[in-house]
Design a protein around this ligand. Structure first.
Ligand code: FAD
Ligand code: NAD
Length: 469
């Protein structure tokens, strides 16, 4: 079927892909007066994040956390619940409803901003021309925001029934007795904790000698202890070499990463969470000559321009952390560049959050990175056991750690494990963005009693003068 829009229409901008990178870029382009269309092949807008990523996973993380609270925590606060039971179907409906309202929200925003949704799979036919089905559309600027797709391992076939990716792990119809998660990264821990809270015995097999590989070493170690206490089991420095799946479950062979004697594990479900890869299928990049790197990511300059004039790329499909807010910020920056402005993104001030409970949040440099760069720094640390609000909440696992330059006191990084760590980190992100110091945080008034006082105390601790420890 032909698209509703006339194929004669000439756009200033056509964005291919409507994930957080693409849809935000389209909105900002439209705000700046550029005639804009967005091509999306899925039935709904919003990309990985809204449909099968950030949003549904957070809906399940929230709901499973409430279940866990009701079964394990409320009694200690004097709240008797009686017998608590799980209604997984309703929990999944909650998740689907949240996804539905978010994706429809983007449709509304497209209409409000007069952005045309070109429905179907887009490809770049030639410079300035995008094909969608049988139709061709002209644009001065073409922006590739086609995101990423699940990566797998050689010899392991994802069937989304017994061997699932994150997408399958978001839609299981019953609580498995056991699950092996391959990969102790963000997806492995978030989806692993969802099912663990609902009653699944979860074993995480991780190739590296630590979980959350890119995070600060101390944070990663502490988080492993906390999750182990919650019932997850970890096999580090180990690799899965074989998965045999049948209707009854899976048998896995696990070897030490360095090689050696294999052990056999059995599980009802295997979750493959070993990363994601840039998605550029059927875009026609070879024909137009758009260059990619050795990991298949589109190469761009610092203004997101590819090697071909008029073609740009943002989000998961280019280098950098695969995060929704990174994709969004690139979308805004590119739209503003095309409109003649001079935006800038500080890649040292992009936070990363793992939405386990407690949450883990991180921004800027890790201690390992500072040591490697030979930067002299001070560390300020404050545990939630010493924070009044965390005690009142009965949520005292974790700490705030701030790293600041030894000479200038400029904040270089922060690593938080704790309740609402993802919100708490934001104050440090702002400080890094404006080039502020630990002293700036320490001298800022923080409301009492709040969790944010732990951030202030960590900043005081950078100068050796915490008040409450
Ligand atoms: P995507 O969101 O992947 O969107 C790309 C879109 O392009 C898709 O809709 C696709 O259908 C479309 N497309 C592709 N090719 C074509 C074509 N040829 N024609 C038309 N359309 C096309 N990040 C966070 O920051 N926080 C989180 O909590 C978080 N949780 C996550 C949980 C999970 C389970 C997963 C898998 C990811 C999560 N992420 C999270 C990562 C986040 O989803 C991505 O970083 C983000 O979606 C990237 O946005 P994007 O716009 O680059 O691409
Ligand atoms: P990841 O890169 O975070 O973790 C993958 C893990 O798998 C790594 O620790 C890696 O060492 C391990 N691994 C790789 N091969 C292995 C093997 N053969 N055996 C055992 N372990 C192996 O990737 P992910 O968790 O799949 O997530 C993909 C992307 O999605 C990430 O880039 C992440 O940023 C994004 N995401 C973000 C959030 C969030 O922001 N809260 C949530 C989910 C996903």
């Amino acid at each position: 079927m032909a698209n509703e829009k006339s194929t004669q229409t000439e756009y200033d901008v056509i964005v291919i892909g409507s994930g957080p990178g693409g849809y935000v870029c389209a909105i900002r382009c439209a705000q700046l007066g550029l005639k804009t269309a967005c091509v999306e092949k899925s039935k709904t807008l919003g990309g990985t994040c809204l449909n099968v990523g950030c949003i549904p996973s957070k809906a399940l993380l929230h709901a499973s956390e409430k279940y866990h609270e009701a079964t394990h925590e409320l009694e200690s606060l004097g709240v008797k619940t009686g017998k608590v039971s799980l209604d997984l179907k309703t929990m999944m409906k909650h998740k689907d409803d949240v996804v539905g309202s978010n994706t429809q929200g983007i449709e509304f925003l497209f209409k409000k901003n007069k952005i045309d949704w070109l429905k179907g799979e887009g490809s770049i036919a030639e410079k300035n021309t995008v094909k969608v089905g049988k139709d061709s559309f002209k644009a001065k600027h073409i922006i590739i925001a086609t995101g990423s797709d699940v990566a797998s391992l050689p010899n392991i076939k994802i069937d989304e029934k017994v061997v699932v990716s994150s997408t399958g792990a978001l839609t299981l119809s019953s609580v498995p007795k056991s699950m092996v998660v391959i990969g102790g990264g963000v997806i492995g821990l978030e989806m692993g904790t969802v099912w663990s809270r609902l009653g699944t015995k979860v074993t995480v097999v991780e190739y590296m000698d630590k979980i959350l590989g890119t995070m600060d070493g101390e944070t990663s170690k502490q988080m492993q202890k906390i999750l182990t206490k919650q019932g997850l089991e970890f096999k580090l420095s180990a690799k899965v070499t074989e998965v045999k799946a049948s209707a009854k479950g899976a048998t896995l062979k696990v070897e030490p990463a360095a090689g050696g004697k294999a052990e056999t594990l059995k599980a009802d479900i295997v979750l493959v969470a070993v990363g994601r890869k840039a998605y550029t299928d059927k875009l026609g990049l070879d024909a137009v000559g758009v260059e990619r790197d050795d990991r298949g990511r589109i190469k761009t300059d610092s203004h997101y321009k590819t090697n071909i004039d008029g073609i740009y790329a943002i989000g998961d499909v280019i280098a950098g952390p695969m995060l929704a807010h990174k994709a969004e910020d690139e979308g805004v920056a590119l739209a503003e560049t095309l409109a003649g402005q001079k935006p800038h993104i500080n890649y040292d001030a992009i936070p990363g959050v793992v939405y386990t409970w407690p949450e883990v949040a991180s921004v800027g440099k890790t201690e390992e990175e500072l040591k490697e760069a030979g930067t002299e720094y001070n560390v300020g640390k404050f545990p939630f056991t010493a924070n009044g609000r965390a005690r009142a909440m009965n949520n005292t696992d974790g700490f705030v750690k701030i790293l600041a330059d030894k000479t200038t006191d400029r904040v270089l990084g922060a690593h938080i494990i704790g309740p609402n760590a993802g919100d708490l980190i934001q104050e440090v992100v702002t400080m890094i963005e404006i080039g502020g110091s630990a002293e700036d945080i320490a001298r800022t008034c923080h409301a009492h009693p709040t969790l944010s006082e732990a951030v202030k105390e960590a900043a005081l601790a950078v100068d050796g003068r915490p008040l409450h420890i």
